[in-house]
Design a protein. Sequence first.
Lengths: 256, 291
Amino acid sequence: MIFPFVWQTVTSLKSPGEIFRVPPSIFPDELYIQNYKDVFTAGVPFHWYLRNSVIVAGLTTLICLIVGSFASYVLARFKFRGQALFLGLLLAVAMFPQVAIISPLFLFFRDIGLLNTYPGLILPYTTFALPLTIWILTSFFRELPVDLEDAALIDGCSPFQSFYRIIVPLAAPGMVTTAILVFIFAWNEFLFALIFNTANHMRTVTVGITMFPGLHEVPWGTIFAASTIITLPLVLMVLLLQKRIVQGLTAGSVKG
Amino acid sequence: MKSRSYLPYYFIAPAAIIIFGIALYPILHTFYISLHQINLKFPDLGMSFIWFENYIRLFRDVRAMGALLNTVFFTVSTVALELVFGMIIALLMDRALRFRGILRATVLIPWAMPTVVAAMLWRWMYNDQSGIINAMLVATGITSEYMQFLAEPVLAWTAVIVTEVWKTTPFMALLLLAGLQVIPREVYEASAIDGASKVRTFFTITLPLIRPVLLVALLFRTLDAFRVFDVIFVMTGGGPGNATESLSLYTYKTMFGALDFGYGSALSILTFACVVIISVFYIKFIGTKTR
């Protein structure tokens, strides 16, 4: 399963001559670090791509957590009219093919000047990450004891105060889990990024790695050095927080 | 807690507004655009209402119908393979207590990788001259010469499907594992005492018990596979010819290559309609059989 990932790293450390050797060598003759330098100097502003991805994925995560935790709190604690409708809405968005809305969103974003901006990506990313956010957070909030909030209400807290003073801090582990999943989703997204942010300085990393120009051959060494750079943070997250990630991924589905 | 106040509505309002504004309203607007002739190459012509002409064109368009068939083929084959491999991995992880952590980390790496990166990587591994896959196939004597994987329709399909299955089987495996773990051990013990074979136990006990989780996992994977874009865009670009072109990719090319937004929107609606049909089918299935 992880061989391709290992192979990516190996290839990223081979010199251009060695990369095209037949049959391919399993270990690089020498560790060719130049590929990693080329990522930032070979005519592609990769540091911009990285910055854009960090900003877009980071803000998407933040907004999803704020908006999502409000909705999840009432879903976990209250029964209200329209609840089923709202849950149906979430399910619908989770199933939604992104390609079905690119034409109106493109025209709309073009008309109000949101193409090649951060909000132009953050808005759709937030929309498509919200169902997952709300499902995971709701399942976490449900596990928290109600007594604490009741006590807070009796002590004179408003529902809003009891929410952000008691629930939010207690649900911190759930927030972390959700944040990782949303971040990975936003970091990896390709279609919207390809369509909405076409200006070079506004591209994200996923679109960026398809942009490395080749003089004669595709510059595989540089591409895989870049791939390794953008995959590494995700792999570290996975190794350190695997239990949480699995917990989050399966939170919504096991109960059906 | 029962609330008589408007509090819940204030709390869900931001999420509801975002979802309505960026997903629900736009889908109606896509339908509206699909009833028009609008090409961004000729902005002066504007939009003219042409009823269902784009849809009539769609059903006569060999390329669109080919893309639809390709997408269905891709969805059915990848989801079926993921189900089999995902189930095997999930059963292994359920038994292997000591190595579960390592297995889980191994499985999560393909899941966490950006699809574009995975597709680039596999495209390189399938390379017709320096690709490791060709080297291994020749070294083990399975093939006698290097093959042009991405230049031949059947081979290109195989390459794309293998990549997708590698990337998405982990999701399936983890969901199925979560389903397996809620089955009480006593059930297996009882079945072993009754003398049931492992295969029989799997089909008569395990499978019915994880059925709800299984259907949810299948639903999400099916819908996800149906909107496939990244893998094909990077690996084959829809080629050779249009042999591996998916609906999403054709839609993208129509809108941002030919700038034909009217027809592109009709293609979008076709994808959307298929997704609705798939969802209704699954939800009926989940609803009726689990009771």
